[in-house]
Design a binder for this molecule. Sequence first.
Ligand SMILES: [Zn+2]
Length: 269
Amino acid sequence: MTKKETTGFRSYYQDKDKQKGRRALPDEYFGDESEYKRGMIVTAHADDAEFSCSGTVAKWCAEGWEVVYVLCTDGSKGSEDRSITSEQLAAIRRQEQIDAGKVLGLKDVVFLGYPDGYLEPTLDLRRDIARQIRIHKPDVLICLNPVRDLNVFHGVNHPDHIASGEATMAAAFPAARDHLTFPELYFDEKLEPHKAAEAWIVGTNEPDFYSDVTDHIDTAIKALLEHKSQLGDFKPEDLDARMKEWRRDSAIGRGMKYAEAFKRIRFRM
Ligand SMILES: [Zn+2]
């Protein structure tokens, strides 16, 4: 398919045979990853990114991308330790995420500080994420699945994950793009609008893109191991095996050893 043909994507959708395919749009419809240089990963909690997409993050950082994490919650609830306070837990989770970011080579980790466990896709959250998009100007945004899908994660997903995914998608399109949306960002904070090229969504049942992380899997696992308070009874070698198993499954039949799976959404035409 030529570039010219891909511009008529409405007619592409109308082709019933192509609708049956795993991917509704042709590869050429999406941008060229080699032209992107800035990434932003928006998640709910410390360790969400390390479990889902840290191989891709490690690859981007190794290739010289500027990569920023935005964590929506303060991580103050996810523990079975009866002796710890929310404040203590939040401080631990924050430091562990900073340490993991150093392993990966992140430019920055931004903590929005919403209370863990209660996240909703509010206008305040949308504006806070849009602000970070305008500041850091990512080409690619990675976010969590904004839809509750009963066919992934055995039907169980954290509500904060879904809320962060929805708020991120809404922030990228159209809030970060339009200077009259959340006008205080432009008129008071002097932040120019920004249109990300694409969103890459993790945790969907319909991935259509596989990022080869074979050369970066060890860095990804090393970053995950920085989340010591989240690892519970997992031994490092067990976690190493599980991370590789997931990524090996995603790579089957694609000429890669380890891959991370995404659904790509294009914003920038
Ligand atoms: Zn999480």
